[in-house]
Design a protein. Structure first.
Length: 189
């Protein structure tokens, strides 16, 4: 991944999906990477009454300056890993913003004019490459960071290494790279 040296002063990012998809970990990894780069960061999370299967979202605000308001009303970047999450949250993405979704689990339909929509097969790619879908969230993080050009890919890889247990580190780092490759294919396509 090419490293960029200029960044927007503030990013508001919403991660959404179903409980058990690793939404909270995905947000924590992005927040960790931003913090390590010296950014100001706020992270919040909400999940439904059921730990697995219930709706969940996590939000991260990353800024070069102090963050005045710690809540996301209209994210500039949204990641949706389930149809229910897409239906509930994608339309809240600000006009001109990015909506990234799992193309194998989400049918975007219509109605999001004025936003950049990209569907990639996070769960399918995870199943095909690793014979498990548990790292689809990390594949999605890799794609999101590459497409949105948030910060250097290596900073996110280091955050993954800090956030996942050692016995799963190699798998998660490979999943992150897979997401970066999916994003590169999308850009070339």
């Amino acid at each position: 991944m090419a490293e960029t040296t200029e960044y927007a002063p503030q990013h508001e990012i919403r991660f959404s999906g179903s409980g058990g998809q690793g939404i909270l970990l995905a947000a924590a990894i992005v927040a960790d990477a931003a913090t390590a780069l010296g950014k100001h960061v706020v992270q919040s999370q909400t999940y439904g009454p059921a730990a697995r299967g219930g709706a969940s979202k996590a939000e991260v605000i990353v800024s070069d300056d102090e963050i005045d308001y710690p809540e996301v009303d209209a994210p500039g970047i949204s990641l949706c890993l389930s149809q229910a999450a897409y239906d509930k949250y994608a339309a809240e993405t600000r006009p001109g913003g990015l909506v990234l979704f799992d193309s194998g689990l989400v049918d975007p339909g219509g109605g999001l004019e004025g936003r950049e929509l990209h569907g990639l097969p996070f769960t399918q790619a995870s199943a095909e490459k690793f014979e498990k879908t548990v790292v689809a969230n990390i594949v999605a993080v890799g794609a999101l960071v590459a497409i949105a050009d948030l910060f250097p890919f290596e900073a996110v890889a280091q955050a993954v290494a800090r956030r996942v247990p050692e016995r799963f580190r190699e798998l998660n780092l490979k999943a992150l790279e897979l997401g970066g490759r999916l994003a590169a294919e999308l850009r070339r396509g």
